[in-house]
Design a protein around this ligand. Structure first.
Ligand code: GAR
Length: 210
């Protein structure tokens, strides 16, 4: 069976990338391989982690480039590796319409809140400041808007009175690692269909492709 090729885009720590890589290695996403990891930031720890795993990992600095020109470089690298699915894993850039159009329903993002609540920066702090009793994380298809696009999976994390953004973030991160793997598997196995904004997921493994 030919494997589906994943391209990961990140800007920092790379724990979601590591979780995906561990899932691929352990056979939890049996149909996939991670073909390339790209970062816009030179010193992103995620790049070193990818290299340590023997994955092609490249930095494409964005400084001085317009969004479209930058995205062309990223697209070229993804095409060179014949990537089937793009996973944003802490990639702190908006994608250009051209990029989104190049991978229709083939770009996933993970965000540490229950979208559409608390998009953008510091969503854990936003949830606490708002006084929310529950937060969590969301894996969604990417469109041209920030932290929008049809939702594939979410996980709920209760907020505790003693929480700080860091404590809440740690509990959310554990759920992120779990549901990103599950979402990638669902998408690569084609176990979903999209109706409007709704992603209807067939939870049965091995179900026919839509
Ligand atoms: C994760 O919490 C991810 O959900 C978030 O950045 C962090 C990256 O951590 N992404 C966003 O906020 C996207 N809007 P990681 O580098 O350890 O995966």
């Amino acid at each position: 069976m030919t494997k589906k090729r994943i391209g990961v885009l990140l800007s920092g720590r790379g724990s979601n990338f590591e979780a995906l890589a561990a899932s691929v290695a352990a056979g939890r996403i049996p149909t996939a391989e991670i073909s390339i990891v790209l970062s816009n930031r030179e010193n992103a720890p995620g790049i070193e982690k990818a290299r340590a795993l023997g994955i092609d990992a490249r930095v494409i600095p964005s400084k001085g480039l317009e969004r479209e020109a930058y995205d062309k470089l990223v697209l070229a690298a993804l095409r060179e590796k014949e990537v089937d699915l793009v996973c944003l894993a802490g990639y702190m850039r908006l994608l250009s319409p051209q990029f989104v159009a190049a991978f229709p329903h083939r770009i996933l993002n993970i965000h540490p809140s229950l979208l559409p609540a608390f998009p953008g920066l510091e969503p854990q702090r936003q949830a606490l400041d708002h006084g929310a009793k529950f937060s969590g994380c969301t894996v969604h298809f990417v469109d041209e808007s920030l932290d929008a696009g049809p939702i594939v999976l979410q996980a709920v994390v209760p907020i505790e009175d003693r929480d700080t953004p860091e404590l809440l973030g740690e509990r959310i991160l554990r759920e992120e690692h779990r549901i990103y793997t599950e979402a990638v598997r669902i998408v690569l196995e084609g176990r979903y269909c999209i109706e409007g904004r709704r992603v209807l997921v067939n939870l049965e493994r091995g179900a026919a492709k839509n």
